[in-house]
Design a protein around this ligand. Sequence first.
Ligand SMILES: NC(=O)C1=CN([C@@H]2O[C@H](COP(=O)(O)OP(=O)(O)OC[C@H]3O[C@@H](n4cnc5c(N)ncnc54)[C@H](OP(=O)(O)O)[C@@H]3O)[C@@H](O)[C@H]2O)[C@@H](O)CC1
Ligand SMILES: Nc1ncnc2c1ncn2[C@@H]1O[C@H](COP(=O)(O)OP(=O)(O)O)[C@@H](O)[C@H]1O
Ligand SMILES: [K+]
Length: 563
Amino acid sequence: MTELLTAAQMRAIEQAAIAAGEVTGLELMERAGQGVVAAIFEQWPELDADLGCQAGEAAPRPQVSPRGISGQKMGGEASRRAVVLCGPGNNGGDGFVVARLLKERGWDVEVFLYGPPDRLPPDAKVNYERWRAIGRVIEWTAQQVGEEAADLFVDAIFGAGLKRAPACEILEPLTKLYTEGKTFARMVAIDAPTGLCMDSGRALCPEFGAVWSWLTVTFHRPRIGHFIDEGPSYCGAMRTVDIGLGGHDWGEAARQAVADLHRLEKGRGMGRVVATLMSPELVSPYLGKETDEHKYTYGHALVLSGGHGRSGAARLAARGALRIGAGLVTVGAPRAAMIENACQLTAIMLRQMDGADELRTLLQDSRLNAVCLGPGLGLDADREGLVLEALQANRATVLDADALTQFEDRAEALFEVLHENCVITPHGGEFARLFPDLAEKLNAPATTGPVYSKVDATREAAKRAGCVVLFKGPDTVIAAPNGLCSVNSAHYDRSAPWLATAGSGDVLAGVITGLMARGLDPMQAAETAAYIHVECALNFGPGLIAEDLPEQIPAVLRKLDIF
Ligand SMILES: NC(=O)C1=CN([C@@H]2O[C@H](COP(=O)(O)OP(=O)(O)OC[C@H]3O[C@@H](n4cnc5c(N)ncnc54)[C@H](OP(=O)(O)O)[C@@H]3O)[C@@H](O)[C@H]2O)[C@@H](O)CC1
Ligand SMILES: Nc1ncnc2c1ncn2[C@@H]1O[C@H](COP(=O)(O)OP(=O)(O)O)[C@@H](O)[C@H]1O
Ligand SMILES: [K+]
């Protein structure tokens, strides 16, 4: 399980480890630098050849072709050049360690420092001096930095200590290098790309954003900002390096520091965390079926269909519910949509259901234990009555799409009737309709950190709505009213852009409904469904359309070892 930390939590953990006398800041910095170098060579094995030089003896400088550094010969006898860009804090300190370690491997290393050396914090200062014993440090000028060329650029300017937008003189030359293709070869960010708020994944500089990196190496645990919003785009690839803080109980100090900041998350890792990253271990283990059970053991889901010509979304949801293992699934359709539904449903049952009164009658059957409303439902005046009726019936309920849009400008009326056995699944637009103030905060330009994040917004929304909120996107955030929160990332090695296709959200709503029909609690159903949804897309790959998603569920369940 991976906890996603805030920058403040990470600092608290480091400080507690240092205060406990288990490790010094200097040792952590050395391990961080070593970890970055190891990660560089893992990412780009072609760079990993000892050039046989002694420290202080530079390898020959590479010839930069007009095509840029990427045109140069690599490996074998070629020399390598790194440009290490250091900032005024401990992130810069990590940079000096990396510079020294690369030089010891025979690299030609140029180091720039932003800020005066005498203001460096103590550990960074020690590593500055260690570097100075073997190499020079060039004072930062935008012009000189913007003219560099290298096999490898190292961004050690700002990390966890970034509080405000970096000055143009920092980001402008890096943007220039990027647009000229010089950092296309390799740009590695230490801890975070400079300019990125690690709590929110938002870039603080309105003009230049943050540093576009190909690899970001962070320490101990990833931060929330590495996985949400713009974070993954700026980070490139992510590696998390163990610097010896894990596996230890850093005692009361760390626990207290972290506890002061955030809530207790029962049974999930150490102390209080803000969010967990969805991973196979967090998928519900209760998805298999037992030999001696029958279909009613696995619940009966009801999916409400829209009217004539608008029933496809409900069928997608129903198919998702059935494939994830609900014992029975019924589509409830208005008279006008009966024929089109009847022509296209087989294992899924169909009931005519016109209006709220008929829904009430239908729900007198207590075996119908989960309801899904919204996909293709429409926005006609009587639809609101259906939503309210379903909520009053107190079933496990998933509201998506039109069932949410219906309450635009009157969200309070919805929040009054939502209960703790509900999940709402807004995309960005629907979220803004229900929580306009939170969306405004989330989308407001930000130049000082820590910035209000999608995690903050989703947690606040869940509290306000009184139910689980699954806020969709490539960085789906799921939060419960009690503060539990997870991020289901479709980034990095789980990148699944094919999910941006009409109807994929309908399938997701159906899978959540199916899982709730099977008895999962709303949070676990939402988390499990979001994870499986992305796995289905990854399994299918390019060309995916929504109909393909439910058909991938069996293969995904097998991969998850669920029988
Ligand atoms: N602690 C540990 O044990 C370990 C820490 N590690 C490493 O330390 C990093 C955190 O170090 P850090 O806290 O010193 O913060 P860092 O990101 O270097 O920046 C702070 C400096 O930048 C300045 N500054 C900020 N924003 C600015 C702006 N916009 N424009 C201009 N200046 C700005 C700020 O100045 P101030 O705001 O105080 O004026 C301050 O001088 C972390 O990311 C990891 O890499 C690892 O070695 C593992 C062990
Ligand atoms: N670029 C993307 N990468 C990964 N997942 C995505 C991406 N874009 C959208 N999704 C996912 O696809 C689904 C789209 O849902 P939604 O916007 O409701 O579409 P629809 O209403 O057409 O079903 C959501 O689960 C969302 O998280
Ligand atoms: K950095």
